[in-house]
Design a protein around this ligand. Sequence first.
Ligand SMILES: Cc1cc2nc3c(=O)[nH]c(=O)nc-3n(C[C@H](O)[C@H](O)[C@H](O)COP(=O)(O)OP(=O)(O)OC[C@H]3O[C@@H](n4cnc5c(N)ncnc54)[C@H](O)[C@@H]3O)c2cc1C
Length: 543
Amino acid sequence: MGKSKALYAFSFLALYFSFCTITPTSSTSLQDDFINCLHENTNVDFPLLETLFSPERNVSDYKEVLESTAHNLRYVTESMPKPGFIFKPVHESHVQASVICSNQLGFHHRVRSGGHDYEGLSFVSLMETPFILIDLSKLRQINVDIEDNSAWVQSGATIGELYYRIAEKSKINGFPAGLCTTVGIGGHIIGGGDGTLLRKYGLAADNVLDAVIVNADGKLLNRAAMGEDLFWAIRGGGGGTFGVILAWKVKLVPVPETLTMFTVTKTLEQDPETKILSKWQRIADKLVEELFLRVMFRVAGDKTLTLEYKGQFLGEKGTLMEVMKKYFPELGLTQEDYIEVSWIESVLANAGFPTDSPLEVLLDPKLSPYVKVYFKGKSDFATEPIPPFGLKGMFKKLVEENTSSMFMIPYGGIMAKIPESETPFAHRKGTILKIHYATISTSEDGISLNKRTKWIREMYTYMTPYVSSNPRLAYVNYRDLDLGANTKDSKANFIKAQTWGAQYFKNNFNRLVKIKTKVDPENFFRHEQSIPSLPFSKRLSSW
Ligand SMILES: Cc1cc2nc3c(=O)[nH]c(=O)nc-3n(C[C@H](O)[C@H](O)[C@H](O)COP(=O)(O)OP(=O)(O)OC[C@H]3O[C@@H](n4cnc5c(N)ncnc54)[C@H](O)[C@@H]3O)c2cc1C
C-alpha cells in the first residue's frame, strides 16, 4: 500500500478507535509496517505482548495502557481522539527506532513520560489524526551517585521514584522538583519543574548537568554532542518540541537532616480585611531562602473559603520559630504547629501522604493521594501584591464554583538571582508569586464541563488587572490551550505562537524558535503548543 493510501486507511481507522470500536484488520498492516521498520532499526528484541498495544490486538489491554498514566480524565473520554497504537520501548534503541519509523512511515506521534500534561498533549492529538503514542514508562531506571552528587534518571520514572532513590542512599541530599510525586521526570524537567526547594535551589531544570536526547534523525545525543544551544532549550522550553529526552543527569542538592513544616488554616472571618494575606504577599518572596511559604485556597461547603498557609523550612524548629516571630507574627503560629521532619518525610507530606507512610508509597503511583481527575488549569505570575479589594473579589469568584481550586507560591530567593536568559524559564527577578487556578472534579458531563470552563475563564479575566501584563505570563508546565494552539500545517502557526510563546518564555521564545528551526527544521516533533520551526521564507532573514 502506498504511503498516502496507508495513511488514509489509518486515518479512517483512527476515527473508529476514537469511539473505542474494534477496528477491521487492515490497520494491523500499518502496525506490521511499524514493527518491520523497528526490526530494521534496532538489534534489541521487543516482545510484542509487552510493547505493542492496539485495539485489534487486545482492546482492554490497549485501554488500560492508554489510561494508565493519563492524569487528566478530560482527555480519555470517548470523544477524544485515540492513538492508533501504543508502543512502549524497553530499550533506548527502541526509542530511536520509533522516531526513525514514525518519520519514515509518516505517522504523527506523541511522546509520554508521566502523562500529567494539563491538556493531555502527550497522549491526545487534537490537531492531527491519525497518530501513535510512544510511551516511555518502561524506561525508568535511576542511578544515584552520592559521591558525585548526581543522579542519572530515565524519563519514564516519576519524581517520587527519584526522591525515593535519593533518600535510600542519603539523608542529606535532595532534589528540587515538584510536589506531586506521580509527575513524570521526562515532561517535568523539560518545562522547568518547581517545588518547595525552589527559593533555595531553583527549578529542577536549573539543576540539570547533562541529558540524553533522541533527535529527529533518531540519533542519540548527550550534552557534548547536542551542543549548548539545544541543551539550553531543553531546560525549560517545554516537552514535545526538540526531541525525546531519554534521561537526565541531575545535580543533587544538600538538605539538612531536620526540616520543619507547618500548616495554619485561616477562615475569611479570621482575616476579614485580608491583612494576613496582604502581608504574606509583601514578604513571602523576601523571607530567608530556606523558607517556602505557600497559600492554598479551599472552598468550604458553605460557600466560604479557608486559606491554608503551608510552610517548609530547611532547618530546625527553633530557628523557624524565630523567623516567624520576627517577620510574620500575624500568622499566629503556636509551638504545636511546628513539625520536624526529614527531607523525604517532607516529600511525603507535600504529596498528601501521612509522614509516617512507608517510603515505598512513592514507588507506586496508584497509592498517590493525587488521584486522576477531570481538570482544567491556568496560571499567572504577579509582580506586585494584589490589593485587598482585588483579593475580596477573587474570593467571591472562587466560591462561585465548588470545584474551584487555587494556590499561590512565592518566588524570590535564588529565583531572583538567576538571569532570565539562563534557561528558557524567564520568570525570575521581579516575580513575587505564581498563581495556579483549577477546576477539579471526579466526574464530568457536558453541562458541568461547560460551566466549569466558563468559570475558570471568568476567574482568569477577573484577575487581569492584578497580574503580569504585556505579556500576561504563564507557566509552560501548566499547559493552557486557551492561550493559543498550533494547527496542522498552518503557515500562521509561527505568527500565532509569538503571542503564547512570549507568555510562557518572554524574550527567550525567539531563541527557542531559532534552536527549533536548526535542530528540527521539518517540525517533526510537534503538538498544539510545540515551538514552531520558522517557515522557510523567514529563515534566511533571521539567521
Ligand atoms: C497533579 C499534578 C501536579 C503537578 N505538580 C507540579 C509541581 O509541583 N510543580 C511543577 O512544576 N509542575 C507540576 N505539575 C505539572 C507537570 O510538571 C507537567 O504537567 C509536566 O509536563 C508533566 O510531566 P509528565 O512527564 O508527567 O507529562 P507528560 O504528559 O508525559 O508530558 C508532558 C509534555 O512533555 C512531553 N514529553 C513527555 N516526555 C518527554 C520526553 N521524554 N522528551 C520530550 N518531551 C516529552 C509530552 O509530549 C508533553 O508535551 C503537576 C501536574 C499535575 C497533573
